[in-house]
Design a protein around this ligand. Structure first.
Ligand SMILES: [Zn+2]
Length: 271
């Protein structure tokens, strides 16, 4: 791969590492030629922490937002004021991670009787945060699990195309991919594409144009198949790049260059 530092990781959670590990994680990312990392909040506290970590590290940018898992349980009353002030910080480049998750969740212990309950809890918070993104003119980092039937129409109704954004860890079908790309959204891919069971997803990715693609690790979560026992980290975005380039049957340098351009265009970064 090129010796230039052009890899980008659009979606990680640096606040989830013990503070003393962050420096080493970032050092290894730099060694792997990762130029930019966007660290996302999931609630007010982690959003604040993301801004803090980004402000302290040259290669890290912040995204702030309330994750659908949290909105389903507890959507803080004071979120507007605090989230707005975090969104207006210079180091904040996106609103996320926000979105919809209609699948019962063993991790958080959130279970519902049907999709309707989940929608009622999550949809207003998602819509409100799309409005926030539009107000502060920042793109969205969207989490979508089991909710592709609802996502495009909500983005359309809230005119989210005014700011655009990325659907992180996209795993919808080809038709949904086209709808989202047409609305000006990018689709990002991480370790999930390396799992033997992901044949359908790999089939879809073959049809997605390179100018619609971003790379991510979702660290410390979502490890690649061959390292599923380990904690994930942004340096591994290099391995995701190789896997995706192989899938698209293009040179890895070509892919990295294209993604670097997509990333900087989305976040309005010159460097
Ligand atoms: Zn995430």
């Amino acid at each position: 791969m090129s010796k230039e530092r052009k890899l980008t990781d659009i979606h990680v959670h640096l606040d989830q590492y013990p503070p003393e590990e962050i420096e080493q994680v970032l050092k290894r990312a730099e060694k792997a030629n990762v130029r930019w990392i966007v660290t996302s909040g999931m609630d007010l506290q982690s959003s604040e922490r993301s801004v803090e970590i980004a402000a302290a590290h040259e290669q890290v940018l912040a995204s702030v937002g309330i994750h659908p898992w949290v909105t389903a349980e507890d959507f803080p009353d004071n979120f507007r004021e605090e989230l707005y002030s975090l969104a207006r910080r210079d180091i904040t480049v996106a609103i996320g991670e926000v979105g919809l998750d209609f699948i019962d969740n063993v991790f958080t212990g959130v279970t519902y009787h049907d999709n309707q309950d989940l929608r009622q809890a999550q949809e207003p918070a998602f819509r409100e945060q799309i409005a926030l993104a539009c107000e502060v003119s920042l793109p969205l980092i969207v989490h979508c699990r089991g909710a592709y039937s609802a996502l495009p129409s909500i983005l359309q109704e809230e005119k989210a195309y005014r700011v655009g954004g990325v659907i992180h860890n996209f795993d919808g079908d080809e038709k949904t991919a086209t709808q989202l790309l047409d609305m000006g959204f990018l689709l990002s891919f991480g370790g999930a594409i390396t799992y033997p069971t992901a044949t359908e997803l790999r089939g879809t990715i073959r049809h997605i144009p390179i100018d619609g693609i971003l790379l991510e690790t979702d660290s410390p979560y979502m490890p690649l198949f061959e390292q599923s026992a380990e904690k994930n980290e942004p340096a591994n975005v290099a391995r995701v790049a190789y896997a995706l380039a192989k899938l698209k049957e293009i040179d890895v340098e070509e892919l990295v260059e294209a993604v670097y351009t997509n990333f900087r265009n989305l976040l309005s970064i010159d460097a």
